[in-house]
Design a protein around this ligand. Structure first.
Ligand code: DUT
Ligand code: MG
Length: 173
């Protein structure tokens, strides 16, 4: 059985001497957790930018993506405004996390060094664009935005029923 590839070496600077060096929680995890170096409280609907106390130098051809942690999303309604945030290979600044409290009622409170997001490092391709007058055909062609059928019924002032019927895809199966 394949044991996977060797880890990619990434240089990391601690901007806060007490911040833990990010590490994988389990073998096979895709992301390492990032912590906030400041305590903060977010009212419902409020957003803020949290510092993580680390900066990195990725090898060329890689990027790191700041993803939400699902436990915080499920328990507190915490989301990342720009999920996934993109950390470019050339970025040497502090990695920051743009969080928003999507819970309609409860505030979310973070203490210093609470884990608030996870960082996934991936190889990324560079492309060269070639402008053409017509693109080659495909089965999907220009279909998108629900072209495969089963639209959710979205509520609104123009006759909606006040809820988004996520299960609408089951109709007609
Ligand atoms: O969640 C994030 C997203 C981005 N960044 C940093 C790393 C990234 O390389 C830089 C720029 O991010 P992005 O390109 O997404 O932002 P922009 O608004 O396009 O800024 P710029 O004009 O600097 O590219 O900000 C973070 O620390 N956290
Ligand atoms: Mg940019």
């Amino acid at each position: 059985m394949s044991q996977g590839r060797n880890p990619v070496d990434v240089l990391l600077r601690r901007l806060d001497p007490e911040v833990p060096v990010p590490s994988y929680g389990h073998p096979g995890d895709a992301g390492v957790d990032l912590v906030t170096t400041v305590a903060a409280e977010l009212a419902p609907g409020e957003r803020t930018v949290l510092p993580t106390g680390v900066s990195i130098a990725l090898p060329d051809g890689y990027a790191a993506f700041v993803h939400p942690r699902s436990g915080l999303a499920a328990r507190c309604g915490l989301a990342l405004v720009n999920a996934p945030g993109t950390v470019d290979a050339g970025y040497r600044g502090e990695i920051k996390v743009i969080v928003v409290n999507l819970d309609p009622r409860e505030s979310v409170r973070f203490e210093r060094f609470d884990r608030i997001a996870q960082l996934v490092v991936q190889q990324v391709e560079k492309v060269r664009f070639h402008e053409v007058a017509e693109l080659p055909g495909s089965a999907r062609a220009e279909g998108g935005f629900g072209s495969t059928g089963g639209h959710a019924a979205v509520g609104g002032p123009t006759g909606g029923n006040g809820y988004a019927a996520v299960g609408a895809d089951r109709e007609g199966q």
